[in-house]
Design a protein around this ligand. Sequence first.
Ligand SMILES: [Zn+2]
Length: 314
Amino acid sequence: MFIFDAHVDTLSRLLASGETLDNNRGHVRLDHLRQRKKGGGAQFFAAFVSPKLYHGKALHQTMEMIDLFWRWMDDFSDDLAFAGSGTDISKIRERGQMACLLAIEGGEALEGSLANLRMLYRLGVRLLTLTWNHRNDLASGQLEGKDGGGLSLFGQEVIGEMNRLGMLVDVSHLNDQGFWDVIRTSKDPVVASHSNAKTLCNHARNLTDEQIRAIATGGGVIGVNFCTHFLAHGRQATIHDVVEQIEYLVRIGGIDSVGLGSDYDGIEETPLGLASYDKLSELADILRERGYSEGDVAKIMGGNFQRLCQRVLG
Ligand SMILES: [Zn+2]
């Protein structure tokens, strides 16, 4: 089974811990990625910009993570390969390798410069999560609430340039005003790379039904997040909470709008049954048991994100 996960924080976790991709105590290891090769797989690795380094070192830290990504591509070239387009993903899949895509989580990395955006594209970045939880010079994260304001003029310029280059605009973490400004501004479909439905779990990081419909209507895809706080309140979340999120998103947005955005290595606790990256395929088994056709399971597990990459990245 081809599996495409739109968000893990393995780059920032390993940069901070000093562990390696092939030997670490996190959620994602090389042997998990290697297993994935059997059915094919694609993964967006996010360069997460730590708030501690927003002032003066955001781009510097982003470069260290992009360097780590490219060292993986060199060191593990039998198993992993860089993908910069939908066509790359298909070719890498045929070769029996894991397609690795680069994302940035936090527009602080641009340090206010469209030139930096264009150079980051040349270094392989194909998705930008505009904000983390705070306000930056593009927009405001969900922690800023209503008073944080929406997309700035610079944020509008960034989206225009991302549309021109062929990059995915990611609305996860944005406050509501920023979300709707992005929907109005982007000419391409957008992603919520790692967000859930608010109706099932009322957390500021989750999406309202109207937001789910807006992403889906535009042709975008939502990656279901495994963070226990976005799945359940006051109890241990399980793999079944993740499946319920998938089913709900399918009901509201349609079968073409749902994918996976595990947030592995960015979350502290994992849901029961999804302790690490090698467990992703268990979700497909449960969806089959719940009566989803093989074609629909394939869309959710990876087909939808691949279709979107083909459309937006080329
Ligand atoms: Zn995040």
